[in-house]
Write a protein that binds this ligand. Structure first.
Ligand code: SF4
Length: 395
């Protein structure tokens, strides 16, 4: 009988290994099939290895027991399965988990896992994944935007965040008993995913693939601040749920809160969202969620809610109100609970499904808008911005 090994830790390649070997993590099914063809192997080897990587969290080719010894040796000489290195991790009492990853070049990115309220062992667990180091879009309420943009993440660095999150539930579990625990993914961490299009789509395809993580298309959500041309591309390329970081019901306010609105204003954005939902292929019925951060006295008045009702009247969507999480030097405050409920009532009375996001993981600085928390600030923009805020406070 084959002895099933207990893997205590996963493989982390050193820099030399990463430059001389091919990292199979994050490789599309097509690219992996080609990789095996180049080795003189049959296409089914790609799906065999995908299952080992994504469903059993195995990185050691010698533990892939349905591969021949010869192929195991060949792979160990030419390939590696290497997730981004965990710089540190924190697990909160409420079940929230946060990782800070050090990606190639020494940059740091964060990933947050938020469990359902009941925090059951096999209950819903939503992972918020980053797509870029920093972000160029500089939304005024977002702490990530204050770091500026450093670089795009590769597909291995994106899918690696999900791989490590699942791996955190597999330690000391025999390979045959392992199962992935992350049930939902939102591309809503650091960065604008549609500005890192190909690696993000490749990663989401691996999330959906039956030989990958096998998540349902309703459980993988891409959140965009409104890169309109790429929204049309997305509708053609992959079937996932879409969230739009709207945050304002009119162009004047949105230009201020989400500056990309000056390039892609609301009429173009809503048109693209409708096109996403009303795909010509009836099998591709898509879902749109409107994200709306509640900023006290800024975008949370009854008038704003009424404008929102008018703006969204022909767009099938649900609305998610997000209480703002203040961060150091933030120029905004969270709306009061009463205000949020009054705003929500107007939307509900107009027939919208409207939810209020619960703030989770405050004790580890992991709630939305705080992703920058302990990430190094490698640009001057945050410093300049903090100086500007401090100056305004003094005047
Ligand atoms: S809200 Fe999103 S798009 Fe805007 S700056 Fe932050 S990370 Fe970038």
């Amino acid at each position: 009988m084959t002895k099933i090994p207990v893997v205590q830790s996963y493989h982390l390649a050193n820099d030399l290994e990463l430059t001389t070997k091919t990292n199979l993590l994050g490789m599309s099914k097509l690219a992996l099939t080609q990789f095996f063809a180049d080795l003189g192997e049959k296409p089914f080897r790609a799906t065999q290895v995908m299952k080992w990587i994504y469903q059993f969290g195995v990185t050691d080719f010698y533990q892939m027991t349905n591969l021949s010894k010869k192929l195991q040796e060949k792979l160990s000489l030419t390939a590696t399965i290497t997730p981004p290195a965990v710089k540190f991790k924190q697990f909160s009492d409420d079940g929230t988990r946060k990782w800070v990853f050090e990606v190639a070049g020494g940059s740091l990115v964060e990933t947050v896992l938020i469990p359902a309220d009941d925090n059951k062992q096999f209950g819903r667990k939503t992972l918020c994944i980053s797509s870029q180091v920093g972000c160029a879009l500089d939304c005024s309420f977002c702490s990530t935007g204050k770091q500026g943009f450093e670089r795009d993440l590769s597909a291995s660095e994106i899918i690696g965040q999900l791989w490590v999150a699942n791996q955190s539930y597999m330690e000391n579990v025999p390979v045959s008993e392992r199962e992935n625990r992350v049930t939902n993914v939102v591309m809503m961490g650091m960065g604008e995913p549609l500005l890192n299009y190909d690696p993000v789509v490749t990663s989401m395809a691996l999330m959906l693939d039956d030989f990958g993580f096998g998540l349902s298309k309703r459980r993988v959500t891409l959140s965009t601040s409104g890169i309109v041309p790429k929204m049309y591309d997305l509708a053609k390329d992959i079937d996932v749920a879409l969230a739009i970081s709207l945050h304002a019901p009119n162009d004047t306010l949105r230009d201020e809160l989400v500056p990309i609105n000056k390039k892609y204003p609301l009429d173009a954005l809503i048109k693209a969202a409708k096109s996403y939902v009303y795909d010509e292929n009836p099998r591709h019925k898509k879902h749109v969620t409107i994200e709306y951060v509640m900023l006290g006295g800024v975008n949370d008045q009854d008038e704003h809610a009424r404008q929102l009702v008018a703006l969204l009247k022909d767009l099938p969507c649900k609305i998610n109100l997000i209480p703002f999480n203040p961060f150091p030097h933030a120029p905004y405050q969270r709306s009061s609970n009463n205000r949020i409920h009054a705003f929500s009532n107007i939307l509900n009375n107009a027939g919208f499904v409207c939810t209020i996001r619960q703030t989770r993981g405050d004790d580890i600085d992991a709630a939305c808008g705080q992703l920058v928390g302990q990430v190094s600030d490698k640009t001057r923009r945050a410093k300049q911005w903090q100086e500007k805020v401090a100056k305004n406070l003094q005047s």
